[in-house]
Design a protein around this ligand. Structure first.
Ligand code: SF4
Ligand code: SF4
Length: 362
């Protein structure tokens, strides 16, 4: 006797992203004839499951196309394939920007590897820095940052936050049950401070430069102080000034921003406080530096004197941070008071390093 089948099984992540697409008013259909195609009339056609690589999924493909829309802007909704020419390098910058936005949004939910692009652009995606939207020379960064601005606006913010949050929640449930080569194993664990857990699970917050020991052996993570928070592309946090929980147990495993305590040797390769970490050094007119080196001092107003940083480089700084040419202040003995008072390993030091992309992270 045949059985009456009343339901069908569906991949849970695919369901989440089909729901997100529907919330945007999109129809998603599958086809054996294309990999991904937008018809300019709100129908997205994606390759049938049998034509996808083993590490690809409908969820990622829908997410990728939403990132295309965010990068290209709403005018692209009425254009076939977002108005992009996929047969030449003309629109490469938009493809790269889409990759950057996808990486930034996914990382904020621990999904950078899980929701990674799977086409020929994967090598570009994998080579992106820890912060894919940080300022740099790639012309795609500006378009990706515009995409992030759109993502933080209605209706995208709520729809994407719900979909990324649900996918991360699914990953948290499934990771313990997934074999190592399952894509679910590539979703990152979250950390109590709202970042991703460090891949090295033996590292502890107690060995981190950002940790301050408080009473009862509790730690405060300075990363959670408003001025010190790293760039976050979490849509749940967009517009929020409330830092996540800051008190940690000494045994707490580390997050992705773990940094070994700093020593003066680090300064020779770092130099962050003397270049792009801050705009200028302020000093008083009567300071020894101003008297000894007036040619290096700029008067910005009747009361305000600074040591300027053309091209983000203090005029008194020498070296390039290499082993052969360590960063050094040419007038270290006479350095301004604010440089003398600057605390190695203090909030401002760690913040300056973060602004300069230090330490470099994969
Ligand atoms: S490992 Fe992360 S959470 Fe822990 S103290 Fe360092 S920066 Fe903060
Ligand atoms: S930012 Fe900190 S580690 Fe870097 S040079 Fe300045 S004091 Fe040294």
């Amino acid at each position: 006797m045949s059985r009456l089948v009343r339901a069908c099984y569906q991949d849970p992540a695919d369901l989440v992203w089909l729901h997100a697409a529907a919330a945007l008013g999109w129809t998603v259909q599958r086809s054996a004839d294309v990999y991904a195609s937008w018809d300019g009339r709100r129908t997205l056609t994606l390759a049938s499951a049998e034509y996808l690589d083993a590490d690809d999924c409908l969820a990622q493909m829908i997410f990728h196309e939403i990132c295309h829309l965010l990068v290209s802007g709403e005018a692209a909704l009425s254009q076939v394939d977002w108005g992009l020419d996929n047969t030449s390098a003309r629109d490469l910058v938009f493809e790269h920007a889409t990759n950057r936005l996808q990486a930034a949004l996914a990382q904020a939910y621990g999904l950078r590897h899980f929701m990674a692009v799977t086409t020929v652009w994967r090598s570009y995606y994998d080579a992106l820095p820890h912060d894919p939207l940080a300022m740099g020379d790639d012309p795609a960064i500006a378009a990706a940052r515009e995409g992030w601005q759109r993502a933080a606006q209605p209706p995208y913010r709520a729809i994407l936050d719900a979909a990324l949050g649900a996918t991360a929640a699914l990953a948290a449930l499934l990771r313990p049950h997934a074999p190592p080569d399952s894509l679910w194993s590539f979703a990152q664990e979250r950390h109590p401070v709202g970042t991703n857990a460090h891949a090295d699970t033996t590292l502890r917050c107690s060995s981190c430069a950002w940790a301050i020991v408080q009473r009862h052996d509790k730690l405060e993570c300075r990363l959670t102080r408003p001025g010190c928070r790293p760039a976050s592309y979490s849509l749940a946090e967009a517009g929020s000034d409330t830092p996540p929980a800051a008190r940690l147990d000494a045994t707490q495993s580390a997050c992705e921003y773990h940094e070994a305590p700093l020593s003066v040797q680090d300064c020779f390769q770092c130099g962050a406080c003397c270049h792009r970490g801050f705009d200028v050094v302020e000093l008083a007119a009567g300071e020894r530096f101003a008297k000894q080196h007036p040619e290096l001092v700029e008067r910005r107003s009747s009361e305000r004197y600074v040591v300027p940083r053309p091209n983000g480089h203090c005029v008194a700084l020498q070296g390039d941070g290499s082993a052969a040419a360590s960063y050094l202040c040419r007038h270290y003995a006479d350095r301004p008071r604010s440089c003398r008072d600057f605390e190695l390993g203090g909030d401002a030091c760690l913040l300056a390093r973060q602004r300069c992309g230090l330490p470099s992270r994969a």
